[in-house]
Design a protein around this ligand. Structure first.
Ligand SMILES: [Zn+2]
Length: 102
């Protein structure tokens, strides 16, 4: 099992981590299992929190603050563990598939 809050593995990068909602809850699917197995979220941490979000510059909308949250994911079926981050400090407009990620 990788370190609890290690960087997300190649299994979840480049669009390989997917998910969905039912009501307003979001569920992540295991990137290893092929049948949309929902993974557990075992823990989270605040990686970064900034009272002024530099991404707000030039935006019509303004955030309350800047943040990066990291979630620890685990699949009960195949035992795959991973992490994923959600942030409002970068990439919040435009089409991700058309961006140069490298
Ligand atoms: Zn799995």
């Amino acid at each position: 099992m990788p370190k609890k809050f290690a960087h997300g593995s190649s299994a979840i990068q480049d669009g390989k981590l997917r998910g969905t909602t039912d009501t307003d809850y979001f569920y992540f699917f295991c990137p290893k299992c092929e049948d949309d197995q929902i993974v557990r979220v075992l823990d989270y941490r605040i990686v970064k929190e900034e009272m002024i979000n530099p991404y707000d510059l030039g935006m019509k909308s303004k955030s309350e603050k800047g943040f990066v949250l990291q979630f620890q994911l685990h699949c009960e079926k195949c035992e795959h563990s991973d992490t994923v981050k959600i942030s409002n400090l970068g990439w919040q407009v435009g089409n991700l598939s058309k961006m140069d990620r490298k």
